[in-house]
Design a protein around this ligand. Sequence first.
Ligand code: F6R
Length: 609
Amino acid sequence: MCGIVAAASSRNVVPLLLEGLRRLEYRGYDSCGIATVDEDGLKRARSTARVAQLAEEADKAGLNAVTGIAHTRWATHGAPEVCNAHPHFSRDTIGLVHNGIIENYEEIRERLKGQGYVFYSQTDTEVIAHLVHSNYHGDLLKAVQESILELRGSYAIAVICRDEPHHIVLARQGSPLVLGVGDGEMLAASDAMAVAGVTDRIVYLNEGDVCDITPDHYDVYERSGRVFVPAERAVRIVQAYSGAIDLGPYRHYMQKEIFEQPRAIGDTLEGVVGITPRLFGEGAEEIFKGVSRVLFLACGTSYYAASTAKYWIEAIAGIHCDVEIASEYRYRISVPDPDSLVVTISQSGETADTLAALKHARDELGMTRTLTICNVATSAMVRESKLAYITRAGVEIGVASTKAFTTQLASLYLLALTLAKTQGRLSAEKEAEELKNLRHLPAALTAVLALEPQVIAWAERFTLKSHALFLGRGVHFPIAQEGALKLKEISYIHAESYPAGELKHGPLALVDESMPVIAVAPNDRLVEKLKSNLQEVRARGGELYVFADADTNITTDDRTHVIRLPEHVGMLSPILHVIPLQLLSYHAAICRGTDVDKPRNLAKSVTVE
Ligand code: F6R
C-alpha cells in the first residue's frame, strides 16, 4: 500500500528519500515519485517503474535539495500512470504526497475547478494539493490546518511549499505517520521501517495531529474541534529493522520467511514458562475471568488464523467463539455481548478494516474487553486495545503472509490455553503437557521444511493448471482455505477451498482429470471421513495431492500423490500442515514466473478501506 517518506535536513535529502522508498517497497506499489524544494522552487521525478528507475529519473531531473517528499503509490483513484503518481503540485507552489482515501474529493474538486484550478490527474490527492494552495496566504501550517478541516475520509499527508523551503507540514487521520528524529535532520514516514537506516528515535503521531518539521525541531498540534492546539508527543526508541531487508541465501523474501518459521515460533513463545493471563498484559486476569464469548475480527490470512483458533477456543476453553471478516462486521447490524473478548488479529496492526471493526465493537457496541494479536508492537491496533500479545515473527516483507500466520496460530493456541486456565479447565498435568508440545514446535517445523524437494516436484505439475481445489476437515479446513489463498495470490491459479464433507453438495461437479485436488490429511479423528471424501474425488477421475501424516495409511497410486508429514502433533497440527501448502504455492509461482514477493494488484499493508 502507499508509502510516504519526507525529510528536512542540512544535507541533500534525495538519497535518504530514495532509501526510505526502497525500504517501503515491500508494501507493494505501482508507481513512485519524489519532489524537492529550494530557493529555485519545486522539482519532481515520477515513474511507473521501480524505485531504482526513479533514482535515475531524479538524477536526470537534477534533484538535490535539503527538503523533500517521496511516495510509493498503490492505485485507488486513477490508473497507475505517471500523471497520477505523487507528489502532486498545485500551481508550482505546493507539493504534496498522500496516503488514504478522501471521500468528499469530488465536491471539493468541482468547487476548486470553479475557482480556476486545473486538474492533471484522476486522483483524490491532487484535490488536497489545490485545496492547500487555495488556503495558502503565506503560512503553510495554517493552510494545511484549514484544509484538513474540510476533508472527509482518511489521510496521511506531507506538504512542501516553494515559499517556505525549509520545512514540511504533516497531518494524519486514519492513516499511519511517524517522525524519525535524526541528528540535525527530521524525517517522516508511513512506517518506522523507512527511517530505520537513519534513526531509531521515533515519534508516533496521533489521529488528527498536524506537525511542522524543520531539520532540528518538530511541533505537533492536536485538533480540538475546529482549532489546533500545541501537543507533546514523546520520542520512543524503536529497534531498527535493517537486518530484515537482507535476503541471505534465499531467492525471495517469501522463501526466507517460510524457512524462518521455526525461529519465529521459538521467539514468539520465548519466555512462556507457564500459562498465565499476564502474557497478554496488565489486567488480563480480570478481563479474561468475566469473558462469556470470544469475537475475532480480522482480514485475509489473519482471518484464517482466527478461524483455526475458533476450533481451539471452543474445544480447549469451552467458550463460544465467533469469527468475523472485519470489512463486513464494521458495517453489519449485529447483536453485541458486552462480556465478549474482542480479539483483533493482524500482522501489521494497521489494516484499515480491522482497526475500524475494533473501534466499532468497542465504541459503538460497547464491548470494551479488547485484545490484539499483532506483529508490530507500536501499531495502531495494539495502541487501541487494552491487551496485546506480540508475535515475534520479525518484519515480514513478502506480500503473502507466512511466518506471521504461524506465529499468530501459536499465540492463539496460548490464548485458548489461558482462557481454559482462567475458567478452571486446564489441569496442572495438562498445562505441562501442552507447554512441552508448544516447545517442540520449532523442531517439528524444521522436519516439515525438509520436505521442500518433494513439494518442488509437485509444484512443477501446477505450471499449466488454471484451477485447483483445496480440501480439509475440522480445524484443518481453515488451513485448506489459507492454502487456496496463498496459491491464488502468488501464482494467480484460481483456487477454491471446501470442507471435504461439502464436496458432494456441489463442488464435486468441478472435478475431472484436469482439476488438481489438494487435501490436508492429518491423522486426527476425522481422517477416515476424509478418506471417504478423497474416494469421491478419485472415483470422478480427479487427481489427488495429499499432505498426509505418516500413519494415515493413505497410499500413493497412479492418480493419488502423497507427501508424508513426519509426525502428528495433535491439536497443534494446523501449524505444521500449512507449511507444505506455503511451499507448494511458492514453488508453483516460481514455475509460472510470477513476481512472488510483489504479486500484481496486492499491497502488504492495506491501510485504506
Ligand atoms: C495474504 C495476506 C493478507 C493479509 C490481510 C490482513 O497472504 O497477507 O490477506 O493477511 O491483508 O493483513 P494484516 O494481518 O496485516 O491485518
